[in-house]
Design a binder for this molecule. Structure first.
Ligand code: SF4
Length: 285
């Protein structure tokens, strides 16, 4: 940690940057089944699957009035491949896929409110990255972990086809080829080993060395939330979290910032414990 703090101080000094953003949850439907997820839900009869364009603009305008600069679109991955409700609603609005609608919603927000859209929609094809590039300032996908073991039965990514590591790395590669400013990161404590964490950091580093497009690496800690498959699983300790943040700073190139979400540290770490804080721009993905 001392070595990592030295690298951080040399690269960034005492500077801490952040982005004032409003979250726009375009849809909470998702085709995946991650064991820790508190975001996704099944369709509810009588409720819409997607925010309407008017609702998207209302959230964005409220954010702009509150001083936000960025509109962070959050959504589940490819719900139309799983739910007829999603397919029907998209068709009624004139779209085939969630990504087509996301492109439309980003353009609306950009043109009508001036907020800068950041899109975080999961695994993307190259043409989808290209379409989003026209209407957003940056995009992101968490690699989470490169271990395929986590796709196994009873594991965190069971029955979650968009969590196949190669597909997520390919999305990073597509964004790199198209020179899209990009955010990525790890999720720790979901059944991976320490070696898996290092492999994930090295895979992220390799993508950045090839394309130079990764602005930020988030180190996110698993929290066991009620109502999820992994509600009884052990959470990573503070030491594991701090060690992974330090490893990230030591292994990743100096032009990438490292961020740990402070909201997920609540209740796990004392406000001041003598350890150097992590610095980085804040764009959760
Ligand atoms: S892909 Fe994302 S939204 Fe979908 S279940 Fe997994 S964590 Fe939740």
């Amino acid at each position: 940690m001392r070595a990592a703090a030295g690298v951080r101080d040399r690269l960034f000094g005492p500077r801490v940057s952040y982005s004032r953003k409003v979250f726009i949850p375009l849809t909470k439907l998702c085709r995946d089944n991650c064991g820790y997820c508190t975001f996704a839900r099944a369709p509810v009869p009588g409720e819409r699957a997607y925010l309407t364009p008017e609702e998207v603009l209302a959230v964005a305008r409220a954010g702009a009035e509150a001083g936000c600069k960025e509109a962070l679109f959050t959504l589940g991955d490819k719900p139309e491949k799983r739910y007829p409700e999603a397919r029907r609603e998209l068709r009624e609005m004139g779209f085939e896929t969630t990504i087509e609608y996301l492109v439309h919603a980003c353009r609306l927000v950009l043109e009508e409110t001036g907020l800068l859209p950041h899109a975080n929609p999961g695994v993307l094809l190259e043409e989808e990255v290209r379409a989003l590039r026209e209407v957003s300032v940056s995009q992101g996908i968490m690699v989470e972990q490169v271990s395929e073991r986590l796709l196994g039965r009873e594991m965190a990514h069971w029955a979650s086809p968009d969590k196949v590591p190669a597909r997520r790395l390919e999305t990073l590669g597509a964004a790199g080829r198209l020179r899209v400013p990009f955010t990525t990161g790890l999720l720790i404590g979901i059944g991976e080993t320490v070696e898996d964490r290092v492999d994930t950091l090295l895979a992220i580093r390799e993508q950045h060395e090839r394309h130079g497009h990764l602005q930020e690496c988030i180190v996110q800690n698993f929290r066991a939330k009620p109502g999820t498959r992994m509600h009884g699983a052990p959470e990573p300790s503070e030491d594991e979290m701090l060690a992974t943040i330090a490893l990230a700073r030591l292994l990743l190139p100096g032009d990438m910032t490292v961020q740990a979400p402070p909201n997920l540290a609540e209740g796990t770490q004392p406000a001041s414990n003598g350890t150097p804080p992590t610095r980085g721009t804040s764009t959760p993905a």
